[in-house]
Design a protein around this ligand. Sequence first.
Ligand SMILES: NC(=O)c1ccc[n+]([C@@H]2O[C@H](COP(=O)([O-])OP(=O)(O)OC[C@H]3O[C@@H](n4cnc5c(N)ncnc54)[C@H](OP(=O)(O)O)[C@@H]3O)[C@@H](O)[C@H]2O)c1
Length: 257
Amino acid sequence: MTDQGSSDVTARTTGAALVTGAGGGLGREIARALAARGTTVVASDIDVDRVRETAQLITAEGGRAHAVRVDVTDPASAAEAVALAVDVAGPLSALVNNAAIYASIRRAPFAEITVEEWDRVMAVNLRGPWVMAVAARDALTEGGRIVNISSATVFSGSAEWAHYVASKAGVIGLTRVLARELGPRAITVNAVAPGFTLTEASYDLIENADTYGVARSALQRPARPEDIVGAVLYLTGPDSAYVTGQTLVVDGGRQFI
Ligand SMILES: NC(=O)c1ccc[n+]([C@@H]2O[C@H](COP(=O)([O-])OP(=O)(O)OC[C@H]3O[C@@H](n4cnc5c(N)ncnc54)[C@H](OP(=O)(O)O)[C@@H]3O)[C@@H](O)[C@H]2O)c1
């Protein structure tokens, strides 16, 4: 399904971007920021009601947005979502792979993670971006952009989170391969690796979320989604045309890689 938004910003529209996991949290803020820049946003999520809210919010803010349901683990669903996105918004200038399983992951020592839980995490967090890239490949314009949301936890490791950390490390590897394969079409593929960020999901995950990790960061304050979106705007914008295969860590200087 799609829901169509309307606005008065057609004149400054800069292509169409498909954002996954845009029903809330970081994905919603990325969608809002892209729309504020004039991009037509196709906000997608497995939860269609939440992604409709995102599209309505963007429309109320004067942007152009559509809501599309997608299950990123499912190639048929991904293909359908991309087809609908192109139908309502035109060829894609950007794909932002933000959807993931995060707060609902059962943390456990690596030897106690069940195969089912391992596969559940990998299916969304690693298969998902690949499935979406396959689905979007022909819909992306020459000079288009893919941004994959990884995590800064890849560089520090995080005990009892082997499945999540490995999935997000895999996203960085996938990013590099896609950069090589899509480079001839001038399509750039980069990853953004946020540090711990105060989304609704993070409050579900960590009891003392407001202070978690702050003392170890150079900037000595927690990250909000608005702190992360600038990296996505840069990597989907005109100033990053010669940047590809990279991973941009956005964690307030908690670690330097
Ligand atoms: N917040 C942080 O501290 C942090 C740090 C580093 C990296 N990240 C990454 O940043 C991204 C956003 O995180 P967040 O904090 O905003 O978490 P979030 O709110 O849980 O965002 C993830 C979104 O993906 C959706 N989703 C889950 N499975 C899906 C599927 N099969 N198909 C389509 N959509 C699906 C979720 O829907 P449901 O809620 O319905 O499952 C949710 O709306 C994730 O990739 C996360 O790993 C977050």
